[in-house]
Design a protein around this ligand. Structure first.
Ligand code: HEM
Length: 205
């Protein structure tokens, strides 16, 4: 593997695992201390909130394993079980995030940004898993790639947020990130899926 590819793979694993683990900080510190700005969700919609902050990181943590080609080839059964866990986590965390999105105090634009993300997250993942169950594997891979791009919004949000806060201030920065954390990811996924295949890949396919 070339150096650039190695760095890319390392960053992908590191960011997914680091953001997932950091998200469970409330287990040690409590919600009030570690997530003060969203702690009101824990009071107003307890079930949705805990489903989201416990299970969304599970999906993020499992995602890189699904792109580990060696594991997929050698242990397809493990790939299927991780896929089921990824799907169930997104079903429950996604429904939780829908309720949180429309209960957010961050304003209507942010509510729609997070709300649309939740709908696409549930939709792409559910459709991708349904395709796998139908044996339509090439389409399954494409839809799960879209799902992964949306799961990765948890990472892009946390990467962009400090810069947006510094440049635009907290209110505008937070509103903007509710769209910026996932729309470019989805556009990238579409570009990637539609790019002309290299000759060698086309021959292999
Ligand atoms: C992709 C679909 C997702 C949607 C629609 C979504 C939506 C939301 C919403 C609406 C909030 C509350 C924000 C507020 O009211 O200001 C929130 C908070 C949170 N979300 Fe998500 N989320 C998604 C994915 C994820 C993932 C994959 C993780 C995994 C790390 C995650 C972890 C968290 C955590 C830990 C919080 C609490 C606040 C924080 O520590 O940043 N979310 N999410």
């Amino acid at each position: 593997m070339q150096l650039v590819s190695r760095v890319r793979v390392f960053l992908f694993w590191f960011l997914c695992l680091a953001v997932a683990l950091a998200s469970w900080r409330f287990l040690a510190l409590g919600v009030e201390v570690s997530m003060e700005f969203v702690a009101y969700h824990a009071v107003e919609r307890q079930l949705a909130f805990y489903a989201h902050i416990i299970l969304a990181p599970v999906a993020l943590m499992l995602m890189p394993f699904q792109y580990w080609k060696g594991l997929r080839m050698r242990r397809p059964q493990v790939h299927r079980w991780i896929g089921r866990a990824y799907g169930v986590s997104i079903l429950l965390a996604g429904l939780g995030s829908l309720s949180m999105a429309f209960g957010t105090t961050a304003g209507l634009v942010a509510a729609w940004g997070f709300g649309a993300l939740a709908v696409f997250w549930l939709g792409t993942t559910g459709y991708g898993i349904w395709l796998a169950r139908q044996g339509r594997i090439a389409e399954h891979q494409r839809w799960m790639f879209r799902s992964a791009a949306l799961t990765f919004a948890a990472v892009t949000l946390r990467v962009y947020l400090p810069f947006l806060f510094m440049t635009l201030g907290e209110e505008t920065g937070y509103t903007l990130v509710s769209w910026l954390c996932w729309v470019p990811n989805l556009l990238f996924a579409e570009w990637y899926l539609r790019r002309p295949m290299r000759r060698s890949a086309a021959l292999a396919a």
